[in-house]
Design a protein around this ligand. Structure first.
Ligand SMILES: [Zn+2]
Length: 278
């Protein structure tokens, strides 16, 4: 399993940090920071790197950088985008990255949609497509296209409840939005179809937002879910990350005392530790 290598690297790094930190420096910190982290191997936070839409630039630029750092990520695929390079995506999944549902055609305006047609045409069909090409032995996770949290008519609550029921019927255990701060594990366990996430290069191709978000997550002992779209030699528009900035963000993740794993894997851990007993 690829995931175990990420854990052991992290634990190695964690041990090195522990040895290098002298007790004097630690004594200045509030008592709760002296305790070991709550994540695997005592990591102080969890990080999931997620990539949306099944874009060619992710195959060409993001995955080589992930591989170089032995990090495993989650790719939320749309059938429409991946059809031309399906064999490459199958290789990605075999290497231990998570592939998951981001609908067939990525519809964003869901208010006017026929609910049954959306459920069968976009969600069921994509799950079936993933099953037949990537196997049924995968965590069923989901990313809301455009971060839009409602299907059909009614008020916000009604529309989101309808969306949740569709996902639950397809066995989706965890779903990610595109907004919000670090996830608190007990909240993630209680409301797994409403996981917060952060797109670090949405405003521009700089490191600041990613650093702030990751630092905040570590300070809280939470779970960061980073969202990327195109990873390109040069930043063009909102949603892109340049190859250079993407590499720096991954380097920062690797340097922190965090557990980096695909979303489904972190969710399994969250559910096991903070979920309701069966
Ligand atoms: Zn998308």
């Amino acid at each position: 399993m690829g995931s175990s290598s990420a854990i052991s690297r992290r634990s190695f790094f964690g041990a090195a940090v522990a040895l290098s930190v002298v007790s004097g420096a630690r004594a200045q910190q509030p008592p709760h920071l002296l305790t070991k982290g709550i994540w695997p191997n005592g990591a102080r936070a969890a990080v999931s790197l997620t990539y949306d839409d099944g874009l060619n630039s992710q195959l060409d630029y993001a995955i080589p950088e992930l591989d170089r750092r032995e990090l495993k990520a989650t790719f939320f695929l749309t059938r429409y985008n991946i059809q031309w390079r399906l064999a490459d995506w199958e290789t990605v999944a075999k290497q231990g990255h998570e592939v998951a549902n981001h609908t067939m055609t990525h519809p964003c305006a869901l208010t006017g949609l026929n609910t049954a047609r959306f459920e069968h045409g976009e969600i069921d069909r994509m799950e079936a497509f993933l099953d037949s090409n990537f196997g049924t032995d995968r965590q069923r996770t989901f990313a809301y296209p455009c971060g839009y949290l409602g299907v059909g008519h009614g008020d916000r609550r009604e529309r989101f409840a309808r969306y949740r029921r569709i996902l639950e019927r397809d066995g989706v255990v965890a779903a990610r939005t595109t907004a919000g701060g670090p996830n608190r594990p007990e909240m993630a366990a209680a409301d797994p179809l409403h996981l917060h996430a952060f797109e670090p290069t949405f405003e521009g191709d700089t490191m600041g937002p990613a650093l702030r978000y990751l630092n905040e997550t570590v300070a809280q002992g939470g779970w960061a879910i980073l969202v990327f779209h195109d990873v390109l030699p040069k930043w063009h528009s909102e949603g892109d990350a340049s190859v250079a900035t993407h590499a720096k963000i991954l380097a920062q993740v690797a340097a922190l005392d965090v557990w980096c794993a695909p979303m489904g894997q972190v969710f399994d851990y969250v559910e096991g530790h903070w979920g309701k007993p069966a």
